[in-house]
Design a binder for this molecule. Sequence first.
Ligand code: 13P
Length: 349
Amino acid sequence: MPLVSMRQLLDEAAKGGYGVGAFNVNNMEQIQAIMEAAQQTKSPVIIQASRGARQYAQDRYLYHLMLAAAELYPEIPIAMHQDHGNSFETCKSAIELGFTSVMMDGSLKADGKTPTEFEENVEVTRRVVEYAHERGVTVEGEIGVLGGIEDGHGAGGSGLEHVTDPDQAVEFAERTGVDALAIAIGTSHGAYKFSKKPDGSVLKMDLLIEIHNRLPKTHLVMHGSSSVPKELQDIVNQYGGHLKETWGVPVEEIQLGIKNGVRKINVDTDNRLAITGAIRKVLWESPEKFDPRDYNKPAREAMQKVVATRMVQFGQAGHAGDYSAVSIAEQAKGYANGTLSTAPLVSAK
Ligand code: 13P
């Protein structure tokens, strides 16, 4: 199957009432881990690269690895997504390269740190939507500001400082025409999300439910959705790491989100922990080893396990064969003739 648009994946997920994990990658082993997990669980999948990842790997390498994935796993629908684009130019370059989806994170200025004013966010996101939709490419926007920092991108903080205002979310979606919307409901990027065990009410679910009710056709996105499992922290620390005690987003909270319109769930930290733990274990136990395959292989397997588990928990498992690919050119026609419009049914409360 060719790479498909993220919009198609998310529309199908909405029909089926499940969520789709969006996993970050920087190298071949991470892409392989995701694809093996997708095959194992028969899942459609979103693979995403941040600006940092594109720079680290040289994005052309990543793109061709993604083409290899599509060729090797023809039964798996795969969307290739730019995570946290910081400007029109970043999104444009991703689209030119062949990404089938981009996030324009206009909640922050191009420095990736300073929160923007609402109008500035609308302006840059609308510009990206116009450019992307003409080419059949999906756009995710962000309203409200997430907490934490990832790959140098983020405003920092706890994630509760700039939660999304539902009125702004509706106006933003109407004026930009985004396909998917990342909202801030208390999650943050990175390993240090919560300093005590979350009690089941860590996320602002009331906001999420209100936004979903008012924007039923806009797919909601949960960033910062790693669960930061204690088992993974323990492996890192057992083999010489120094992670402070921390808690992530409970999977049950994500599942509640999925019942209320969340279709894309971003996970990076859990995979980083799994990889690091596996590598540390090999090097700690067998200090004589120096063939990178000796530690990259267990690292890849550890990540595959985490991804496969999340695919089952998010409900995407078993859905890879539900549909065949709609071409990006076909998607462009859908935007042009209005069939892919996400305009809300009612804009007022
Ligand atoms: P985590 O740090 O919780 O894995 O979140 C990743 C993310 O949201 C990428 O955009």
